[in-house]
Design a protein around this ligand. Structure first.
Ligand code: SF4
Ligand code: SF4
Length: 405
């Protein structure tokens, strides 16, 4: 059960019953916090109560959710920064990290929590400074949401704050006490389950009960961000058949309304936003690329068809038209019992079903030949398969009777 990668290099040993989580908010809207409180697999409650087998209980220090306030709240951060906590901890950073040197030039600050002594006066402590102090001793630093992972909206071109991602702030050489670079869970806001599931996997690794989860070259949990939105989208079939929405509310593919899904890595269409429900295209919205490092500048203006989509959607319209028609033909055929073909009518009380025309029947005959090529046809066609004593299934007998008429 021991994970050799962890035991060889890590200062952490044994099974822990408690791990502290220090939440820091930089330039954020608190949307990531809200997304996480909606997680269900596992839920925040599962993590906080230690309900998951093998996992330690998380002691969460959160500027909004904590019941402690003021100096008592901040004292936990100070103990961790001084190395006096007596338990492992992780740092979770929400929002982008502002360049506090820019603010300091005018005697101000961008984002703070608690106070510190500066020139004999008590001044707000920048959360960037908390990050700088806490990161070296943390078992892991987790950037949550696109602002923390890639800078996001506060770091968009033209911003006055010099905002940056946690990875940009700590640099490529940064390694946590567990030997990990910054872990990035993007999304604006992120899928809450993506965060709690990753935390659970890291805690298992910390405990020595699981392997180091797989992260991609940008520190994203690989199993969550490997696929594009498009590959998992409920509207993907429409794209393939070349059918596109003209306006919001249509049920077809949204690419001509500005969807970037084919080139964006995100699992929201598969996992849903909360409790496997919702998620952008599932509820009619286009993908604006909010999980990507290029967001928002490289995806703007939003709600305008991406340049590459003209080529691919035109292609899809061309071959999709033929595919769609052939599928429709097969669909109609598969919507019939074999008995109905033998009887020459559909005994439905709900409406009249058109009988296939001669050319369509011919197509189906060819289709069936192809389908059965190299295979055995259904039914009891061989002597060894026949029922004993000459017995025949009544339906088969009835059909034979019909065919004789
Ligand atoms: S709506 Fe977007 S993600 Fe979904 S199929 Fe269309 S282009 Fe792909
Ligand atoms: S589908 Fe696109 S806009 Fe929606 S969450 Fe994923 S990356 Fe963001």
């Amino acid at each position: 059960m021991q994970a050799p990668e962890r035991q060889a290099e890590s200062p952490f040993r044994g099974l822990y019953t408690e791990v502290h989580a220090f939440w820091l908010a930089g330039m954020s809207c608190d949307g990531c916090s809200i997304a996480v409180t909606g997680a269900t697999n596992p839920s925040v409650e599962d993590l906080l109560t230690g309900a998951l087998p093998g996992l330690p209980r998380i002691v969460l220090h959160h500027p909004v959710l904590d019941v402690d306030a003021g100096e008592r709240f901040v004292s936990w951060y100070e103990r961790a920064a001084r190395g006096e906590l007596g338990a492992p901890y992780v740092v979770i950073y929400e929002g982008s990290v502002p360049d506090e040197e820019v603010a300091a030039e005018t005697g101000g600050y961008w984002s703070g929590m608690g106070v510190r002594e500066v020139g004999g006066t008590r001044q707000p402590m920048p959360t960037a400074e908390w990050l700088r102090r806490l990161a070296p001793g943390a078992a892991a630093v987790i950037a949550i949401g696109t602002c923390a992972t890639w800078g996001g909206i506060p770091a968009a071109i033209g911003n006055p704050t010099g905002a940056m991602s946690v990875m940009d702030f700590l640099g490529p050489e940064y390694r946590s006490a567990l030997g990990l670079p910054v872990i990035n869970i993007p999304g604006c806001s992120p899928v809450g389950d993506n965060f709690t599931e990753t935390v659970a996997a890291i805690l298992l690794f910390l405990q020595g009960l699981g392997p180091l989860p797989e992260f991609d070259e940008l520190g994203r949990p690989a199993w969550l961000f490997r696929e594009t939105v498009h590959r998992q989208c409920t509207r993907g079939g429409y794209y393939e058949e070349g059918v596109f929405a003209d306006e919001y509310g249509d049920r077809e593919c949204l690419v001509e309304l500005g969807c970037w899904g084919p080139v964006v890595q995100c699992n929201i269409t598969a996992r849903g936003a909360i409790n496997h429900l919702g998620g952008c295209m599932n509820v009619g919205g286009v993908c604006i690329g909010c999980t990507m490092p290029g967001f928002p500048d490289r995806f703007s203006p939003f709600y305008k068809a991406p340049p590459g989509s003209l080529l691919s959607s035109t292609q899809a319209k061309f071959y999709g038209a033929l595919t769609r028609r052939l599928r429709r033909l097969t669909n109609l055929y598969m919507n019939r019992e074999t008995e109905w073909d033998a009887a020459g009518r559909v005994p439905s009380g709900w409406g009249r079903v058109e009988e296939p025309s001669l050319p369509v029947r011919l197509v189906h005959t060819i289709y069936d030949r192809l389908r059965l090529r190299g295979a055995e046809p259904p039914g009891r066609t061989k002597p060894a398969e026949r029922y004993a004593g000459g017995y025949e299934v009544p339906a088969v007998v009835a059909r034979q009777r019909r065919q004789k008429r």
